[in-house]
Design a protein around this ligand. Structure first.
Ligand SMILES: [Zn+2]
Length: 141
């Protein structure tokens, strides 16, 4: 199966460049290079043998070893081997999730300010946002 550079970029971006099965960091330039660190392939989430299509929503980047080990088994069971239930987030979703966690943290910070009834207002909101923001959104999967 041939994929254009543009298509490969789109597939790679779906998980921010992480294997969708084991969440290892992949190297875009090592596409298809067997035995190279960060090398990857395009993985069909629903295998072609089971009617999976070449549409973007069925394609994910995966380590070559993960892809070949998965074979015709389901994405769910392949991810379960690594204790994962979801693919890593795309850059877009990652940014959005960070803002959500940051906002939750800021809210927590303002509640803490009220509870302590000390005039630290502002600083704890910032601390809360930072705590929420620095969380890895993938830890929640
Ligand atoms: Zn992998």
């Amino acid at each position: 199966m041939y994929f254009s550079q543009k298509r490969l970029r789109q597939i790679f971006a779906r998980t921010s460049g992480y294997c969708h099965l084991c969440h290892a960091k992949l190297d875009f330039s090592s596409y298809g290079e067997l035995g190279v660190n960060g090398s990857w392939e395009v993985e069909h989430s629903t295998p072609q043998a089971k009617g999976g299509t070449h549409h973007l929503n069925n394609l994910y980047p995966a380590c070559i070893s993960c892809n070949r080990a998965k074979g015709d088994s389901s994405t769910r069971s392949a991810r379960a081997k690594y204790g994962k239930t979801r693919a890593p987030l795309s850059l877009k979703k990652r940014r959005r999730a960070k803002i959500v966690y940051g906002t939750k943290g800021a809210f927590l910070g303002s509640v803490m300010t009220l509870l302590m009834s000390v005039d630290l207002s502002g600083s704890l909101v910032v601390v809360g946002f930072v705590i929420g923001y620095v969380q890895n959104p993938d830890k929640r999967s």
